[in-house]
Design a protein around this ligand. Structure first.
Ligand code: GDP
Length: 479
């Protein structure tokens, strides 16, 4: 059950102060009204020697879906779901377009092809689903939400350009997600194409091609001429066979939202890929904090259909609001169940939001430092030029007194970004310091929402002075 600090203290029969003190010891700063994270509850319970059982209402969906699961004997083979990643301009979009153009056209001559975020093709009577939004950010964002939709990743590397920084990023994202990959060496139609160079570069990184005795499948393709695309699809199907991907089409559906929008005349629409079960027109569904009854399902060609089976992509109409991409959609037995759970989730999220806005302000931070409750002050430093950045970092590092030290968790040249705010938010008391850079209104708003402090300066001395003041427990007013 969801639990605030003071509620937990009551339950275990200790004072709120004791609970807060233990969390301080762990480097977590909370007030009595904050919600405890699951791992915090576990540590505290251990500390107080009590038994607890934690349930996160957001996980409850799995619980509900499992509740009416039909036994495993109904498991059937399901198509693989593919994401394409790779360096910019190496041909991700072209490859997605070419596969769709050649294969979808075969399936349904004259079908209207509109981008909905995912599509399905057929090869030798077997289906393959492609997620049509290339990029490892989206891939990892979904993974962070626990909504891994992808079964196999295609890493595209241009044969005339070789391995590049984003190729390595893509490889690392796929590896971190433990998703098998197939490497597509693209642009082999080009006169300066050098597939062997790509192979040896990747071999050197530990991705040894199968025909060199390794375990990674490499396929040479051209998104321009279509050469090798059949090969690529066959390789994917082979890999899928090894993985024995299964689902139970008879149970209530569980799907992942790939894209969503508000459409004139239709209202909120969500492109989903079904992970398990079958989604029907008329089903009662919940999806994040949104819910509704499935009014219409469209396939990737824009044609109305009655249901979506495992790994099928489709556009769902009927939700009360637009859900976020990466959200899980679950079908439940009744409207009542859906509404009750939706309400519970909305309340949970609202409370969580409220508890976030009680994050410490700079003033409180100064007090806590003065009281000796904080030993390290995490900061993110952004500056307009390298010279200033180095000067600021140098001065900050010298600032540490014996009680508190500055911990520069990230620094860089350039504006204050959403990723800086996210990073500061992940670290309990982190402050963002900007020198000659200012956050945009949108970033400011985001920071405010999350309770992240941003301070900007145009004189290095002022910045250092402020941090000094903060360290001694005094802080000038927030600009
Ligand atoms: P993305 O940034 O990875 O999505 O790359 P694009 O699909 O936008 O492709 C970048 C450029 O490379 C475009 O100008 C494409 O026309 C070109 N391109 C993509 N694939 C091929 C290919 O197989 N052969 C040739 N010659 N050009 C290609």
């Amino acid at each position: 059950e969801d639990c605030r600090v003071y509620e937990f203290a009551e339950k275990v029969g200790h004072s709120t102060g004791e609970v807060i003190k233990i969390l301080f010891g762990l480097g977590k700063m909370v007030t009595k009204n904050d919600f405890l994270e699951k791992d915090e509850i576990e540590i505290l319970a251990d500390e107080f020697g009590v038994e607890v059982e934690t349930i996160n209402p957001l996980d409850e969906l799995d619980y509900v879906a499992a509740y009416d699961a039909i036994p495993d004997e109904y498991l059937e083979e399901r198509p693989p779901v593919i994401t394409i990643m790779g360096h910019v301009d190496h041909g991700k979009t072209s490859l997605l377009d070419k596969i769709r153009e050649t294969k979808v056209a075969e399936r349904e001559a004259g079908g209207i092809t509109q981008h909905v975020g995912a599509y399905q093709v057929e090869k030798d009577g077997k289906k393959i689903t492609f997620i049509d939004t290339p990029g490892h950010e989206a891939f990892t964002e979904m993974r962070a939400r626990g909504a891994q939709a992808t079964d196999i990743v295609i890493i595209v590397v241009a044969a005339d350009d070789g391995v590049k920084p984003q190729t390595i990023e893509a490889l690392n994202h796929a590896k971190a997600a433990e998703v098998p990959m197939v490497i597509a060496i693209n642009k082999i139609d080009k006169p300066d194409a050098n597939p062997d160079m790509v192979k040896s570069q990747l071999a050197e990184l530990g991705y040894m091609p199968v025909d060199w005795g390794g375990e990674y499948e490499f396929v040479e393709v051209s998104a321009k001429t279509g050469q090798g695309i059949d090969d690529l699809l066959e390789t994917i199907l082979l890999q899928a066979e090894i993985m024995e991907l299964k689902a139970n089409p008879k149970r209530n559906a569980k799907a992942v939202v790939i894209e969503s929008s508000l459409e004139k005349g239709r209202g909120p629409v969500a492109t989903v890929i079904v992970k398990n079960g079958t989604l029907h027109v008329g089903d009662h569904v919940i999806c994040g904090r949104t819910f509704g009854r499935v009014r219409t399902i469209l396939n990737d060609l824009g044609k109305q259909i009655k249901e979506l089976g495992p790994s099928d992509p489709g556009v769902v109409v009927g939700l009360n609001e637009v859900p976020d991409a990466g959200e899980i959609m679950v079908a439940m037995d009744s409207d009542k169940q859906v509404r009750e759970l939706a309400q519970k989730r909305a309340e949970y999220l609202r409370q969580k939001e409220l508890s976030k806005s009680t994050k410490v302000t700079l003033d409180e931070l100064g007090n806590l430092i003065a009281e000796g409750k904080i030993k390290s002050l995490p900061v993110i430093v952004k500056a307009d030029v390298q010279g200033s950045l180095e000067a600021i970092k140098g001065s900050l590092e010298k600032l540490k007194n014996e009680e508190v030290k500055i911990n520069i968790i990230h620094s860089g040249v350039g504006g204050i970004t959403e990723s800086d705010v996210a990073l500061a938010n992940a670290d309990e008391n982190a402050v963002i310091l900007g020198f000659n850079v200012r956050p945009t209104a949108a970033i400011k708003q985001k920071a405010k929402q999350l309770g992240v402090e941003i301070k900007t300066y145009s004189i290095i001395y002022d910045l250092i002075d402020d941090v000094k003041a903060l360290l001694s427990g005094l802080m000038s007013p927030v600009i």
